[in-house]
Design a protein around this ligand. Sequence first.
Ligand SMILES: [Fe+2]
Length: 234
Amino acid sequence: MLDFHTHILPNVDDGSQSVEESVSMIREELRQGVDTIVLTPHFYAKKTTPRELLAKRDEAFEKLSQALSTEQEKPKLLLGSEVHYYMGIGRSNSITSLQIANSGVLLLELPFENTWSDSLFRDVRELHTNLGLQVVIAHVERYVTRWNEKRIIDQLMKEGAWIQANAAFFINPSTQRRALRLLKQGRIQVIGSDCHGIEKRIPNMVLVEEILTEKLGEKAAKEFLQKPYELLGV
Ligand SMILES: [Fe+2]
């Protein structure tokens, strides 16, 4: 299984606060059957530059890799970022440096207070047409309601985006039916844990795997969970 969205890198954002915590999170991912993890620390253009984030990210990755060198089992780790939207992002060449492991795929977080302006959809389109990136919208369930989800997701997909939902959207009994419906409709392509620590917002992909296996059948669940490998070419 692949976890598409994580804050496992130590001391880069509001995720893991130490190398030890990162190692614990990775052990937990492995225990749950995750063999490939995308590391997606937050990027906020208001706070930092892509170059600064990459320097911080590489340093954290180096420390984590050293700590993992004595571990018996290791997952494949892919470096990326969760890039927070800003107006004009579709024309910012430097954003391409935040794609996931040279895959051309960019995880894009939208503003929570969203007015769904034309300029936002244009930016999503231009990330693709100008910068050649495949956009994946992070945790779509945070921005849409049950009343507008179809319309908004369809428009994002029309602009070329793929849609990521968090594992919690499927695990939470109050939203599970909505999550499964959107997945079956083809409106969710990728799931990530968006894990932030080992005590709160912990790795939880195995629970999604169980739910999908139960609700869709083993074959369809496996096929669905295979998609992100193809998207990233790993
Ligand atoms: Fe996140």
